[in-house]
Design a protein around this ligand. Sequence first.
Ligand SMILES: *Cc1c(COP(=O)(O)O)cnc(C)c1O
Length: 351
Amino acid sequence: MHDIVDLRSDTLTLPTPEMREAMARAEVGDDVWEEDPTVKRLEAMAAERLGTEAGLYVASGTLGNLASVVSHTRAGQEVVLDLDSHIFNYEVAGSTVIGNVQMRPVKTARGFLTPEQVREALRPPNIHVPPTGLVCLENTHNRHGGTCCTPEEIEAVAAVAHGAGVPVHLDGARLFNAAVALRRSASDFARHVDSVTFCVSKGLGAPVGSVVCGSRDFIARARRVRKMVGGGMRQAGVIAAAGVVALERMVDRLAEDHANARRLAEGLAKLPRLRVDLASVQTNIVIFGVEHPEGPGAAQAATTGLVTGCAARKVKVHAIGPASIRCVTHKDVDADDIERALEAFGELASK
Ligand SMILES: *Cc1c(COP(=O)(O)O)cnc(C)c1O
């Protein structure tokens, strides 16, 4: 039980006492000189978990995706990705600005490109068109509410891209949520793609950072891009130490967050005027719609009413659209907190 139930995001998780301890004790060096043993340890652990040759610690998922896209592509190439993807929507067009690539967003049913969609989006060898340089996938899918795709789905899409000589990057900010939910290893997802970014700063609870994983050659290129945009850090072992604890201790417990999200979603689904698609609640995110018989204007007002009413009851949630709300479960929200959130929504929804 916490004083404030904060369901706005899993990025709000605070470092555990064990992380603080590890941070205080961390052996460090200059990581731009590749002399920080703790950073190296995190990178090696990440690479081992994902079954890749190497890893690179970066300040954020956004930087991991940027370094990956730029390392895979040349200026003037095109990147095929889902229209709702994080890279296309929430990364300030960094790959376009820094990498001079053109984004080719494709509308998908569930956030996951199908093999047919990739086949259709690949450019033919023709003097008029930008050559396809990369396909990006996202798992779990943020805007679609933490939904998962399977390693087999990734394999099928990657086969089409690779058949055309095009590499595949997986934005796996919450890859471990997918792995835990589907009871697969992280390497099952990673083995079909050429690079993966995952965050230690979300559900895994570390204060800072993501790790990019891929081949040794790819990571050497990504390291240069990281340096180019000012992401070379010095005694970064101080923060990477918490990432080591995150990988060692915080992965299996994600199942608790998923159970809490499910309990929350099932409770919300029973309330009037809330539209919850229970099938979309597969990991730690619950996105639901707010309806009103008087139409969209009233639904929008009701949404604002729910967010502010919850806040007044010390339950923080986030409106992600005019009539939709997102709740994210994480290690700093327990089962009692979920009951409190449901009580708050219950009082407000029956008004
Ligand atoms: C959070 C997130 C990112 C970016 O991570 P930051 O550390 O916030 O930059 C990238 N992709 C997805 C799918 C995310 O959910």
